[in-house]
Ligand binder design. Structure first.
Ligand code: GUN
Length: 292
C-alpha cells in the first residue's frame, strides 16, 4: 500500500506557483488576487477559508477575506458579488459554501462572473466542463485529478465508483473521470443514497472515491484488493484526547481498508490540501485569461 500524499503534492504545487509569482513580479506584472467571502460561523468553513488565505500568503498572491454575519440578506450578498465582478483588482473570488438556508446558493453562484469563478461552480463553467471545453474546474475534483496524475495513476479503461453526487464533488468528478481525457476515460458509476447493492458495486471499483460526508462509511468489505481509494470526507468528530476536542474523520475506515489498497489518501493530508492548491491554480489562470 502506498499513501497518496496530498499534503506534499500540494506543497509542490504551491512552490511552483511561488516561482511563477516571483517571475511575474520581476516582469512588473500583476500578482493574482483572490477574494473569499464567508457567511456565518461554521467552524469547518472558517478553517478552510483561513487555509485558502494562508496559501495565498505563502505563494505571494494577494488575498482579501470578507466575513459577513449569518443574518446578511441574499440581496446584500448579491450586491457584494456584483461589486467584486466589476473590481478589476480582484482576479477571482469564491463564496464559501454552505450558506445559511435563507440564501439561495444557486442564485449566488449564478451571479458570479464566470471569468472570476475560480471555484468553477457557475453553470457556464460546469457546462464547459461537461463538453471538455477549457474552463475553471471545481477545486476538489480538479485536486483529485491532479493527485492521480502526479502519482502516475492510470485511469483509462478503469472502473471508477464515486460515492456521493454533490454539486461540489461527486457530480462534477464523475463527469471529469468519464471524459475523453487524461486522466479520464474511466467507466464511472455514480452511487448515491438511493443506490442498491452498494457494497457489490464498490467491490468492482479499480478506483473508489468516497465523498458523502459520513465518517468511516467505506469498510473493507466494500473494497477490491489492489484498489485506489480516495477519501474526500472531512467530518469533525468528537475526540476528547485532543485539546480542541475534535478530529477530522474521513469517509473511509482507513486502518482496515488501507491494507487492501494499492493507493489510499489519508485524512487529513489527502484531498483537503489538494483542493486549496487547485484553487490557487485556478486563480492564476483567471488572471492570465483576463490578460492581466
Ligand atoms: N465548501 C466545501 N468545499 C468548498 C469549495 O471547494 N468551495 C466553496 N466555495 N465552498 C466549499
Amino acid at each position: 500500500m502506498q499513501l497518496l500524499d496530498g499534503k506534499s503534492c500540494a506543497a509542490e504545487i504551491r512552490s511552483e506557483l511561488r516561482e511563477i509569482v516571483r517571475l511575474r513580479k520581476l516582469e512588473n506584472k500583476k500578482v493574482p488576487h483572490l477574494t473569499a467571502i464567508i457567511v456565518g460561523q461554521n467552524g469547518g468553513s472558517i478553517s478552510y477559508v483561513n487555509a485558502k488565505v494562508a496559501a495565498c500568503e505563502e505563494i505571494g498572491f494577494e488575498s482579501t477575506l470578507i466575513s459577513f454575519d449569518e443574518s446578511i440578506s441574499e440581496e446584500d450578498l448579491l450586491k457584494k458579488i456584483l461589486e467584486l465582478n466589476s473590481n478589476i483588482d480582484i482576479d477571482g473570488f469564491i463564496v464559501q459554501l454552505p450558506l445559511p438556508s435563507h440564501i439561495n446558493e444557486l442564485k449566488i453562484t449564478q451571479a458570479i462572473d464566470p471569468k472570476k469563478d475560480v471555484d468553477g461552480f457557475h453553470p457556464q463553467n460546469l457546462g464547459n466542463m461537461m463538453l471538455n471545453i477549457p474552463s475553471f474546474l471545481p477545486a476538489t475534483p480538479a485536486g483529485i485529478i491532479e493527485l492521480l496524475s502526479r502519482n502516475n495513476i492510470q485511469t483509462e479503461g478503469k472502473n471508477c465508483v464515486v460515492i456521493g453526487r454533490s454539486n461540489i464533488v461527486g457530480m462534477p468528478l464523475s463527469i471529469m473521470l468519464a471524459r475523453n481525457s487524461n486522466p479520464g476515460n474511466c467507466t464511472v458509476t455514480l452511487a448515491h443514497s438511493k443506490t442498491k447493492n452498494l457494497t457489490e458495486i464498490c467491490r468492482n471499483a479499480d478506483i473508489l472515491i468516497a465523498a458523502i460526508g459520513k465518517p468511516e462509511f467505506v469498510t473493507k468489505e466494500m473494497v477490491k484488493e489492489g484498489a485506489v481509494v480516495i477519501d474526500v470526507g472531512t467530518t469533525r468528530v468528537e475526540d476528547p484526547s485532543r485539546e480542541r476536542g475534535w478530529r477530522l474523520c474521513g469517509d473511509v475506515k482507513f486502518d482496515e481498508v488501507a491494507e487492501k489498497c494499492s493507493f489510499i489518501t489519508p485524512v487529513p493530508g489527502g484531498i483537503g490540501p489538494m483542493t486549496i492548491a487547485s484553487l490557487m491554480m485556478n486563480t492564476l489562470k483567471a488572471l492570465e485569461l483576463q490578460g492581466k
